[in-house]
Design a protein around this ligand. Structure first.
Ligand code: F6R
Length: 249
């Protein structure tokens, strides 16, 4: 695993965008696994800037997002489809039909999960998966649990996640209680994984995930056994990691 420690959020975003940009330049038709949340916003802003300068094109890129809230439509401002449209898709030349996000309004969530697994399989898997990380160590919405769930599945969000995400909604009661999320298998089958973390409230989860035991109670800990993971974080988020092996930028 490679760890890049960046001076601040802006530098973290730029470094992560550099890695995504390199992937797109090396393989223009690559499959990007994308994440939402506050951490990757700066990464998407940087990619848009390079696109506008004509340094980068997403014309042939295919994308699969990690997750979507159950019950939110694509036009709901807090849906992850809406997030992706506003932060990236509507700002670059990616083809709409090449972007995939689970359908939060599907009447039959199990059928939607099976469909989404098929989408990922038909794309030939993921070349580069971008991940944020929850304070409880979740990746996508794979919440702490007794088992790692393999495929796309419907999940009940934990109190900790509802609490963390209520900042985006009018009140805690408005936060959806369920989500559809890619499972651990497709995340782990991605050829490369890029994890972005920022801020001291992530520091404990980062330490547990990357230096603690591999356990479904800390879902991100499974990344320790992936052969090609890059962790890009700011100083605050990486504060509990052993300095050895950390590349400072
Ligand atoms: C979002 C996702 C989540 C977030 C995580 C961290 O697609 O999969 O796992 O990455 O909740 O969110 P932020 O970045 O808001 O702290």
């Amino acid at each position: 695993m490679r760890i890049y420690e960046c001076a601040d959020y802006r530098a973290m975003s730029r470094q992560a965008a550099n890695i995504i940009s390199a992937q797109v330049i090396m393989k223009p038709e690559c499959v990007l696994g994308l994440a939402t949340g506050s951490t990757p916003i700066g990464v998407y802003d940087q990619l848009v800037e390079w696109y506008k300068k004509k340094d980068l094109s997403f014309l042939r890129v295919r994308s699969v997002n990690l997750d979507e809230y159950r019950g939110l439509s694509s036009t709901h401002e807090q849906s992850y489809r809406y997030f992706m449209q506003t932060h990236l898709f509507d700002r670059v030349d990616i083809q709409p039909e090449n972007t995939h996000v689970p359908n939060g309004l599907a009447a039959d969530p199990d059928a939607e999960c099976a469909r989404y697994d098929q989408v990922i399989q038909d794309l030939g898997g993921i070349d580069l998966q971008l991940l944020g990380m929850g304070r409880n160590g979740h990746i996508g919405f794979n919440e702490p649990s007794d088992v790692f769930v393999m495929g796309t599945h419907l999940v009940n969000l934990t109190e900790s996640t509802i609490e963390a995400n209520k900042r985006f909604f009018a009140s805690e009661a408005d936060v959806p209680r369920q989500a559809l999320t890619m499972g651990i298998m497709h995340i782990m089958q991605a050829k490369k994984i890029l994890v972005v973390v920022s801020g001291e409230d992530k520091a404990e989860a980062v330490a547990k995930a990357f230096t603690g035991p591999v356990t479904p109670q800390v879902p991100a800990s499974i990344l320790q056994i992936h052969p090609d993971v890059v962790l890009v974080g700011d100083k605050a988020a990486l504060v509990h990691l052993d300095r050895k092996g950390v590349i400072e930028l």
